[in-house]
Design a protein around this ligand. Structure first.
Ligand code: UDP
Ligand code: MG
Length: 308
């Protein structure tokens, strides 16, 4: 490693007026204390307030601070992607610019990075202030997501330090509908975690209404898993199973020389045809899932290191 590593910090910002200067000041002080070369990259995600003016103000005459301004609101995932594209550091920290991701945790992340860890994930020890509905919606989302990914995502966050190696791999993946939290876990690499307490927001309010969060959750679930498409297969299987039971029932009736009720026949036909259609849909869904996996272009493997 070089004598003085460079750390880039990517901060997505949407309507964050009042927070930019404070974030810049605190992070600059931290990088000086840690004796790091650094750059702060604020990505203005189409804010409607004075966020961009504030970014221009802090970056004026300061070569360490860069600003990127989107033409409209493209969402936090796009802002993180743009920040990673622009970052030139040996390591990149992604964090919220409302300072709910506390900068005091970054030295512990840097320490682990210097020990050779390539992904240092911030893990929430609390969830901050959330309304009842918000908490129920978030709990449901994280439960399904954890199930789909086979790991506990409940306390995962976007607060992470990524080594250059990891950033390059993430940048090389052409996928456009991204879920950073999932992608940065999916790529693997040597990872460690650091616990942090979600802080109170400095200024302004959360950008997520419960409706927006549900939309974000559904979109991200679709990015992470094709399993919902197999719901049709399960329903079709159940329908065919029910058709088989009705069929056995009818055969027994015929053997006992009893008249078969025409309603039973109709039920049998409906269950059989419905089941076949649903299983057919499930098969189509399976192939769509395969096509989706090909189209998003994730590599079949990622090499972490090689011998000479
Ligand atoms: N953010 C963004 N684009 C959006 C929504 C949010 O760049 O469309 C940024 C926001 O400025 C903040 C971070 O993403 O830096 C997290 O947003 P917020 O604080 O509203 O979420 P919460 O902390 O309530 O989950
Ligand atoms: Mg926040």
């Amino acid at each position: 490693m070089k004598t003085k590593e460079k750390l880039s910090m990517v901060l997505p910002a949407y309507n964050e007026s009042g927070n930019i200067e404070m974030a810049a000041r605190q992070l600059e002080a931290l990088c000086c204390r840690e004796e790091l070369d650094y750059e702060l990259i604020f990505v203005n995600d189409g804010s409607k307030d004075t966020t961009w003016e504030e970014i221009c103000e802090v970056s004026k005459n300061n070569p360490h601070i860069k600003g990127i301004c989107f033409s409209r609101n493209f969402g936090k995932e796009a802002a993180i992607t743009a920040g990673l594209e622009c970052a030139s550091g040996d390591g990149v920290v992604v964090m919220d610019c409302d300072l709910q991701h506390p900068p005091d945790v970054i030295p512990s992340m840097i320490q682990l990075w210097r020990q050779g860890y390539e992904i240092i994930e911030g893990v929430k020890t609390n969830r901050g202030k959330e309304s009842g509905w918000h908490r129920i919606a978030a709990d449901g989302f994280y439960r399904i997501l954890s199930q789909a990914m086979g790991m506990d995502m409940k306390n995962a966050s976007d607060f992470k330090l990524l080594d250059r190696k990891v950033v390059d791999v993430i940048r090389s993946i052409p996928e456009k509908s991204r879920f950073f939290r999932e992608l940065s876990t999916w790529v693997g690499f040597r990872s460690a975690t650091v616990n942090f307490e979600v802080q109170e927001r400095m200024n302004g309010s959360s950008k997520w209404s419960t409706g927006a969060l549900i939309g974000y959750a559904i979109g991200n679930l679709a990015v992470c898993t094709c399993l919902p498409m197999q719901f049709a297969t399960i329903c079709g299987g159940l329908s065919l199973f029910a058709a088989m039971i009705v069929c056995i029932f009818m055969v027994v009736q015929m053997k006992q020389r009893m008249a078969v009720d025409y309603l039973e026949m109709i039920l049998f036909c409906v269950l059989l045809i419905g089941g076949m259609i649903l299983v057919g849909l499930g098969i189509v869904g399976y192939y769509i899932g395969k096509i989706y996996n090909e189209v998003r272009g994730r590599p079949s493997y990622i090499v972490s290191s090689k011998t000479k």
